[in-house]
Design a protein around this ligand. Structure first.
Ligand code: SF4
Length: 186
């Protein structure tokens, strides 16, 4: 797919029928944030609240993400947030590989536009799509990877932390690392 400017990319996603998720979604969730963000967070896909509002990370997991950002001195307005798939998988199931493959070019296009210095994969689906298809989130989270000069790290998805609060502490260690890396950039 040739790279599109932001507005055209948004419209391509809005009217996209490349996978069956468009049939059951309420709203496509493009992503939002600072278009000049140094750090981009990538989750799995929209959940119920996100699907209803058309915005990423606005439900309980989103509130936790906001709090985690604040706790390391980052504001949500400073970062950009998107997902691997832009339409909600029914019942919040994990997106199928075919759905990830269909949607990933849009995310790549978004990354090319935002040009972040750091990408944070929130959860295994994002880490498998962006870092390595065999990524193991528990064993490999918190490690830095690098692609074309962009630093990439994965940590637990806030929804996984809500299900298992013991994941909060290691995730906060990862968030501190991300902030330290960001501070080095500025
Ligand atoms: S999830 Fe992505 S590929 Fe599938 S219909 Fe929505 S925008 Fe298109």
């Amino acid at each position: 797919m040739a790279l599109l400017p932001l507005k055209e990319l948004y419209l391509a996603c809005l009217y996209c029928t490349k996978c069956d998720l468009h049939k059951t979604k309420t709203h496509m969730v493009f992503g939002e944030g600072n278009l000049r963000a140094k750090v981009m967070f990538v989750g799995e896909g929209p959940g119920k609240d996100e699907d209803l509002q058309g915005r990423p990370f606005v439900g309980r997991a989103g509130q936790l993400l906001n709090k985690m950002l604040e706790d390391v001195g980052l504001k949500r307005e400073e970062v950009y947030i998107a997902n691997v798939v832009k339409c909600r998988p029914p019942n919040n199931r994990v997106p199928l590989q075919s759905e990830v493959d269909a949607c990933l070019p849009y995310l790549r296009n978004q990354v090319a536009i935002i040009a972040p210095k750091i990408i944070v994969c929130l959860g295994a689906t994002a880490a498998k799509a962006i870092i390595d298809k065999n990524f193991k989130i528990t064993a490999m989270r918190g490690q830095w990877f690098e692609r074309k000069g962009v630093k990439i790290i994965a940590t637990y998805h806030p929804a996984a932390i809500l299900r298992d609060p013991e994941k909060l502490e290691p995730a906060m260690e990862d968030f501190k690392k991300i902030k330290e890396e960001l501070d080095k950039l500025s």
